[in-house]
Design a binder for this molecule. Structure first.
Ligand code: GDP
Ligand code: ZN
Length: 461
């Protein structure tokens, strides 16, 4: 395939003083050469692939030195995009990096769209679709765990699992064709139903397992939307500050990503919390007061996690009881704050109300109980057993939708077998599941089932 040469600032994950201008495409080396001056006059187009060079970037119009740089040269095809790639490592601030980028654009590169390097890697056959999407998730990953999930997917864990399942379906379909074309047994229909049933059970079970990870996967990627509720003065702001300060707020310092000002991300023991509308809490102290009881209930229902704060040194009020009512059935952690003061709250009643929730006591003033609170959050999310590293999480909503649809067709297969439906009708659902799974890895667009059956099993000779 042929593409123009693209350029963009691609800052490495996390912090770091170095910023990179990355070029990809046929003209990468030529464009870089027009800007690059080495000590010994060597051109980048003449150097060996996968080598790094020290020199200056100059403005070719004036020959003024813009920046001292290290330039990596990676020639096609052994590169991420399978095109010629040049990475100009700048150590200056954003202004100089930007100047270098502008120069590459002036010399003929086009500004890359978000994710376009990854898109090229996909289009040039370097990675499959789910891997491409994983890279996009990686760019947006908000915690280490989320990053591990994305990396796992990028390494092809999900792709491999999907391929295995598709292969299993394909083999079944081939086997069925053989049974029908060359019946060795009297009751082909029953044999075939039996075969279909075994495979449908297996594939359905595996898809089900993948789906069960999807909720976790989505949360890891998007953050657990968390709302802090409580009467005025119980310590909501203090709690927010404690969470933000104890835990490194999650930085997304990738150029082009803007942070939503009304959300604050914190990473609590690997669980990304998206503290929703914290600005609201800060400004008006109380979301119930601010948006009214009815609306705040609706609002609360959308949250993944509620942190309900009570005051240890005050009576439990009707308003407190109302909050318990409003968050019924949700994931709630009850926090009884201000334990450094004289007790006044009816703890027996609090325990009663918290029967289905976790209960933690804190003194945010004295920084006590925060560890316990964090542990409670982690327990709630990981149920104390899940380790992101060991699992294939499905976190991409497109993948989830496709797996759900595929599973639906597998269920249809099972049902059809129960009803003794003719084999050719069952085949349709099985084939559809195979196609849907293929869309996850981007295969369905390229290959038809017939081609696969022919190439792998030499049917229909
Ligand atoms: P909010 O209205 O619910 O957001 O409550 P704030 O976080 O603004 O806290 C209200 C007041 O209670 C502030 O003066 C805090 O310093 C104080 N406060 C918060 N946590 C504690 C605590 O654990 N013990 C004591 N003694 N005071 C606290
Ligand atoms: Zn406050």
């Amino acid at each position: 395939m042929e593409f123009d040469t693209i350029s963009a600032i691609s800052t490495p994950m996390g912090e770091g003083a170095i910023a990179i201008v990355r070029l990809s495409g046929d003209d990468s080396l030529a464009i870089a050469d027009r800007l690059y001056r080495s000590r010994d006059g060597r051109k980048l187009s003449d150097v060996a692939s996968h080598t790094i060079h020290y020199g200056n970037i100059v403005d070719p119009k004036t020959d003024d030195v813009v920046e001292e740089v290290m330039v990596s040269v990676m020639k096609a095809p052994r590169t991420f995009t399978r095109e010629n790639v040049v990475e100009i490592n700048c150590h200056g601030g954003f202004v100089t990096v930007n100047k270098v980028l502008q120069l590459t654009l002036r010399e003929g590169a086009r500004l890359a769209e978000p994710g376009e390097f990854t898109k090229r890697a996909f289009l040039n056959g370097r990675i499959d679709l789910s891997q491409a999407e994983a890279v996009m998730d990686l760019i947006r990953a908000k915690t280490d765990r989320a990053m591990n999930v994305a990396i796992g997917q990028m390494e092809g864990r999900l792709s491999n699992q999907i391929r295995t399942l598709r292969q299993s379906i394909l083999e079944t379909l081939a086997q069925v064709e053989v049974n029908i074309d060359y019946p060795e047994y009297d009751d082909v229909e029953e044999m075939t139903h039996q075969l279909f049933k075994e495979r449908a059970d297996y594939v359905g079970g595996e898809l089900d397992k993948l789906l069960r990870t999807s909720q976790q996967g989505k949360i890891l990627r998007d953050g657990l939307s968390t709302v802090i509720v409580g009467r005025p003065n119980v310590g909501k702001s203090s709690l927010l500050n404690a969470l933000v300060h104890e835990n490194k707020a999650i930085v997304t310092d990738i150029p082009g990503t803007t942070r939503d000002v009304i959300e604050e991300y914190v990473n609590v023991r690997g669980v990304p919390l998206r503290l929703v509308d914290t600005a609201g809490i800060r400004e008006t102290e109380d979301i119930v007061e601010r948006i009214g009881v009815e609306r705040s209930r609706e609002y609360l229902k959308k949250a993944d996690l509620i942190l309900l704060v009570l005051n240890y040194s005050d009576d439990l009020t009707e308003e407190d009881e109302g909050l318990f009512e409003a968050v019924k059935g949700m994931d709630v952690i009850v926090i009884v704050n201000k334990t450094d003061l004289d007790p006044k709250i009816d703890m027996e009643r609090v325990k009663e109300l918290s029967a289905n929730h976790q209960l933690v006591t804190t003194s945010l003033l004295k920084e006590e109980g925060i560890d316990e609170l964090e542990q409670a959050i982690a327990d709630l999310f990981f149920e104390g057993e899940l380790e992101a590293q060991d699992l294939t999480y499905v976190s991409n909503s497109r993948h989830i939708a496709l797996i759900e649809q595929a599973l639906h067709h597998i269920e249809e297969v099972k049902e059809a077998i129960e009803l003794n439906t003719p084999v050719d009708l069952i085949q349709i659902d099985f084939t559809r599941a195979w196609e849907l799974l293929g869309e996850i890895i981007g295969d369905a667009v390229h290959e038809s089932l017939i081609d696969q059956l022919f190439s792998q099993f030499c049917l229909g000779k």
